[in-house]
Design a protein around this ligand. Structure first.
Ligand code: URA
Length: 250
């Protein structure tokens, strides 16, 4: 199992594009398409499932050309009990059910498990997203885990230099016991890549199976006072800092 990088497809459904540009909700966009009010590269399009490439296609509504909005990054406080996915599975809701129409077109930067809560970045900037997930940039993720028993001291030491969890390359993490909480223990884990279930697997290997997991921060962004299920747009200096972290100009 390797690291997970979600690649953003360059093309998107026309109704998503219309929602992204703020023209209409996706349902209203379907009406605009059906009633012949939308043109792509000079041709009227009435097929709802049409895809467009925002970089190269010229889209007009009622003869007026649409411009895609600038790149944006949002910090979302993912609650437990939601999938980070476009489609729900087995009746499980997705984070998109919590987001307004204008955020239906952003992509999550990596994933958190269904039962994990905490900091999740969302963006419409594909290159920034790819880089933030790539292990080359070593973006820091900080987790707090409730575990039933303390991790074994020798395993905690080994985890720092890398352990074989069955992936292509060893997994590294800094594990620190923070405090007891009731019958459980709270453990802080720092990792610098986003492999599937990495923290749960690492702590399980260290003799401390996870009962509950929260991501405190991603790339230094903490959910802070954001209530679960809410988000905020990053300001320009914050986005610039994020871009610099992965070698992109401001
Ligand atoms: N590691 C996990 O095990 N789960 C997550 O949701 C994120 C990191």
């Amino acid at each position: 199992m390797g690291y997970v990088v979600q690649v953003m497809d360059e093309s998107m459904r026309l109704n998503r594009y219309l929602a992204w540009t703020g023209t209409a909700s996706r349902r209203k966009a379907d009406d605009l398409i059906r009633t012949g009010r939308v043109e792509v590269n000079g041709n009227t399009v009435t097929t709802v499932g049409t895809s467009v490439n925002p970089q190269s296609d010229i889209v007009k509504v009622d003869g007026r050309r649409l411009a895609p909005p600038a790149y944006q990054v949002f910090l979302f406080h993912k609650p437990a009990g939601y999938l980070v996915s476009r489609r729900g599975q087995g009746g499980k809701p997705t984070i998109f059910s919590l987001l307004p129409p204008e955020l239906q077109v952003v992509q999550p930067v990596g994933r958190l498990d269904f039962d994990t809560d905490g900091a999740l970045l969302l963006t419409n900037d594909g290159e920034l997203s790819r880089r933030l997930q790539h292990p080359r940039y070593g973006i820091e993720r900080v987790y707090l885990a409730a575990v039933r028993s303390a991790p074994q001291a020798d395993k905690v030491r080994q985890a720092k230099s890398g352990v074989d969890l069955g992936d292509k390359t060893p997994a590294c993490g800094t594990i620190r016991v923070v405090k007891p909480r009731g019958r459980n223990i709270i453990v802080e884990v720092h990792i610098r890549e986003g492999r599937k279930h990495e923290v749960k697997r690492l702590l399980g290997w260290a003799g401390a199976p996870v009962i509950q997991l929260s991501r405190r921060s991603f790339a230094g962004f903490h959910v802070g006072r954001l209530a679960p299920g809410t988000f905020r747009k990053l300001g320009k200096p914050e986005t610039a800092r994020l871009r610099r972290l992965v070698g992109l100009a401001d």
